[in-house]
Design a protein around this ligand. Structure first.
Ligand code: HEC
Length: 365
């Protein structure tokens, strides 16, 4: 018994030392970061993170250095991207070459230190961290709030005429945790070509934690019919993102589609996706595998009765087009696994993504 107590006491003591040395390490790192910042960054970026527009040095650059004291800007940029900018210089990541490269001047641990320090210059805030801004999947809903244009194209190979659906989506951040959604769909099938739905909506971050790499969001959209065949719809969903390791991220979502005029058209949709994030360069190809299960509320009867879960697999790739990676394609193919007769043969998707908060259409190449 005593021996157990002794062991316990020793374990507690060791735990305390480890915690203390972690805290010491963090304080040393922060002090080192502040020192490097004052020496090597403050002249351009300003002593407290906001560049001084009246400084002759800043004026001579011809481009405004990043403002780390702006909480929204500071939070939305992933530290991994900033590390690339600091190490390789602005030009390597599609920014101005006035932002120097420090990879030769400092060892990696110093760059990590200044990175941790500049992330604190945004002050206290409740914006989710940009590291939780994972790649936009084809079907899985995304949890992170964005300022973004997305043009989605879906081509369906099926019996009879193949179909082509276009969706234009505009997303804009509202406050620290919110995001508005405006979406319009247009469909072409054979000789029919018509607008489908107008889908306004709102998204709100319920939980976000950079430490555990987790974000959870709730959202809802309303489908307003734009042609006489379309019905009113209500589409609430939950979406999460989770950083599993430096190279792997996971996203998942559950969405309900209520057809408000014909309940047979209602369904639930569960989707999940894993992305391999093998590099921090923006212009790269990131493969992913997505799984989708549709659950029709009304399965029908007789030989046409649908399976309870309609599975599809969706191999896809995020393709960063410019150096910043904020202009990208996501392309994939969806293959139904079961119930194939009731569904379609295959679907191909191409999304064009423009995260306009990170630069205009002609920036960052
Ligand atoms: C000679 C002036 C200068 C110095 C010194 C300087 N920077 Fe910069 N930095 C800039 C400019 C200018 C930009 C904006 C580039 C753009 O927007 O195209 C920038 C951009 C950045 C960005 C990118 C932000 C974004 O838009 O995502 C980071 C991060 C950064 N600097 C960190 C640092 C750090 C850390 C140091 C010190 C180790 C430093 N800078 C030193 C001028 C400077």
């Amino acid at each position: 018994m005593d021996r157990i107590k002794l062991l316990l006491a020793a374990a507690l003591l060791a735990g305390g030392f480890i915690r203390m040395s972690y805290a010491d390490e963090a304080a040393t790192q922060m002090a080192r970061g502040a020192e490097i910042y004052a020496q090597s960054c403050a002249a351009c970026h300003g002593p407290s993170g906001g560049p001084d527009p009246d400084s002759p040095l800043v004026q001579s650059l011809g481009v405004m250095p990043a403002n780390f004291s702006d909480a929204l800007f500071n939070s939305r940029e992933p530290a991994s991207t900033w590390k690339m900018v600091i190490t390789h210089g602005g030009a390597a990541m599609g920014f101005s070459d006035k932002m120097p490269a420090f990879g030769d001047a400092f060892p990696e641990q110093d760059i990590d230190a200044v990175l941790v320090y500049i992330k604190t210059l945004g002050g206290e805030h409740d914006y989710p961290d940009g590291e939780l801004n994972l790649f936009l999947p084809v079907r899985t809903k995304k949890a992170f709030p964005e300022d973004e244009w997305v043009w989605k194209q879906r081509y369906t190979g099926q019996d009879g005429d193949n179909a082509w659906k276009n969706t234009l989506e505009y997303e804009f951040r509202v406050g620290e945790r919110g995001q508005g959604i405006v979406e319009v769909t247009h469909e072409v099938e054979g000789d029919d070509s018509e607008f489908g739905h107008f889908e306004p909506g709102f998204k709100y971050v319920l939980m976000h934690d950079r430490g555990t790499g987790f974000i959870l969001t709730g959202a809802a959209q309303v489908g307003v019919p734009l042609n006489s065949d379309a019905n009113w719809e209500f589409l609430p969903y939950l979406a999460f993102g989770k950083i599993l390791s430096p190279n792997w991220v996971l996203q998942g979502s559950g969405r309900l589609k209520f057809d408000l005029e014909d309940s047979d058209g209602s369904s639930a949709e569960l989707a999940g996706i894993a992305h391999w994030v093998h590099t921090d360069w923006g212009r790269a190809v990131f493969p992913a595998l997505e799984l989708v299960a549709e659950v029709p509320f009304e399965r029908g009867s007789g030989p046409d009765r649908k399976d309870a879960l309609q599975w599809s697999v969706l191999p896809q790739a995020r393709i960063g087009l410019n150096k910043r990676g904020n202009i990208a394609l996501n392309a994939g193919v969806e293959l139904p696994v079961n119930d194939r007769d009731d569904r379609y043969d295959w679907r191909a998707y191409v999304y064009f993504i423009w995260d306009f908060a990170d630069g205009g259409l002609f920036d960052g190449w």
